[in-house]
Design a protein around this ligand. Structure first.
Ligand code: PMP
Length: 418
């Protein structure tokens, strides 16, 4: 018998990658693509950054697995100490898991146990993962949540201030979404039953839509007023991706729980939640654990990643190259009739395709993404309506690589007649 991969695993490109370095991936024949997908925002320091490779290699020879409810190990303690320097003030207690979904579940469990309340309020278009609980919190598309009901109960979804979709300006959209959240608290999920608000600082799979800062501030106010835990899912937006270390920082708010994963270890699987010790301590002892959480090699890679981010000024580079990328993409958009929006923060940039009447054009987003592959540029689509192409370069991307990416994109759009 010969086995093959599940036909349900849909792959965005035909690339059979053999090796990768920095901003590029290569096939076995040496054909090269500029990788503006970074494994969905994971290879933050670029592919196989020498410092990360070396740290992982060294750790593999020393200790691969030191199960954390059995023993403690150095890389996990070092990583925790380093996170203390970058986490929002007061979030001094860290729990490690392996994937974003798992960390989202840990955050939900913490919020429910700590408050003794059942309900979680999410925001339309949010993506929080594929495990059943995380999928129950996800409204970035029915493909993530239909066909395997019953989902986890106790989840309510409030509108996200998606100004472009409503045809409003941002202020109107924020007023509307905050008003609807208050209405939801009055009519569906009573304050006394609501454990947490859960939101991404920039909607990821839901469309690379920055969450307006005033909306985040409005959530913080309501969370304080009602004793609700504010959980920020920074799985995709964290570790410099948005031009600040965390995506929420420009809002000036501090969350109660922060979820991180993806970019934190440059490709090694690890995720974490952070919360004030006082909050963490309200959950039940022994309610956190797992076989692989805080894997020693992943922790060593994360320590190396944080050092590289700091030493190479990658947060600043993300802000700088992000501006260059956005300006380049806006320039290209100027000669099309179907690019409705170019937006983002730092190196998390989305291009949304719509007809002049506002109808979403998923067909064009998909055609542009595919045409880009032939131009040597790897991209992904996203969006609740599938009509957004997302640009997720590594944080080490250079100005020249950004310009190459924009030039390839311009050619791709010209080819499909967008
Ligand atoms: N939250 C966000 C914001 C994400 O972008 C993702 C992954 N795209 C997840 C959670 C789930 O992470 P994982 O795929 O590692 O379970």
């Amino acid at each position: 018998m010969s086995a093959s991969l599940s036909p349900l695993l849909v792959t965005a490109t035909p690339v059979l990658v053999d090796h990768a370095s920095g901003s590029y991936v290569y096939d076995a024949d040496g054909v090269r693509w500029l990788d503006f997908t970074t494994g969905i925002g994971v290879t933050s320091t670029g592919h196989c950054h020498p410092a990360v490779v070396e740290a992982a290699r060294e750790q593999v020879g020393r200790l691969i697995h030191g199960q954390y409810t059995t023993v403690r190990h150095g890389p996990m303690l070092e990583l925790t100490e380093m996170l203390g320097h970058v986490l929002p003030p007061g979030l001094d207690s860290v729990f490690y898991a392996n994937s974003g979904s798992e960390a989202v579940e840990a955050a939900v469990r913490l919020a429910r146990m700590a408050t003794g309340k059942p309900n979680i309020i999410t925001f339309h278009g949010g993506f929080h993962g594929r495990t059943v609980a995380a999928a129950s919190l996800t409204t970035a598309g029915t493909k993530f949540r239909s066909g395997f009901s019953p989902l986890m109960s106790g989840v309510f979804t409030a509108p996200f201030p998606y100004a472009l979709r409503y045809g409003w300006d941002e202020e109107q959209a924020v007023d509307f979404a905050l008003g609807e959240l208050d209405y939801l608290l009055q009519t569906q999920s009573a304050v006394a039953d609501t454990a947490a608000f859960l939101i991404e600082p920039v909607l990821g799979d839901g469309g690379y839509l920055p969450t307006p800062l005033r909306f985040l501030q409005g959530l913080r106010e309501r969370a304080d007023q009602h004793g609700i835990v504010l959980v920020l899912d920074e799985v995709q937006t964290g570790v410099g991706r948005t031009g600040t270390f965390w995506g929420h920082q420009p809002s000036g708010i501090v969350p109660d729980v922060l979820i991180t994963a993806k970019g934190i270890a440059s490709g090694f699987p690890i995720s974490a939640i952070a919360a004030p010790t006082a909050l963490m301590s309200k959950a039940w002892p022994g309610s956190q654990g797992g076989t692989y959480g805080g894997n020693a090699v992943s922790c060593a890679a994360a320590v190396a990643t944080l050092k590289v981010v700091e030493e190479e000024g990658l947060v600043e580079n993300s802000a700088r190259q992000g501006e260059r990328l956005m300006a380049g993409l806006r320039d290209v958009a100027g000669s099309t009739s179907t690019v409705a929006d170019v937006r983002g923060r730092g190196l998390m940039v989305g291009v949304e395709f719509c007809d002049p009447d506002g109808s979403p054009r998923a067909d064009l987003a998909s055609a542009a993404q595919q045409a880009s592959i032939d131009e040597g540029l790897l991209l992904l689509t996203c969006g609740t309506r599938g009509n957004v192409v997302r640009f997720i370069p590594p944080l080490v991307v250079t100005a020249e690589q950004v310009d190459d990416g924009v030039a390839a994109w311009a050619k791709a759009l010209a080819r499909i007649g967008a």
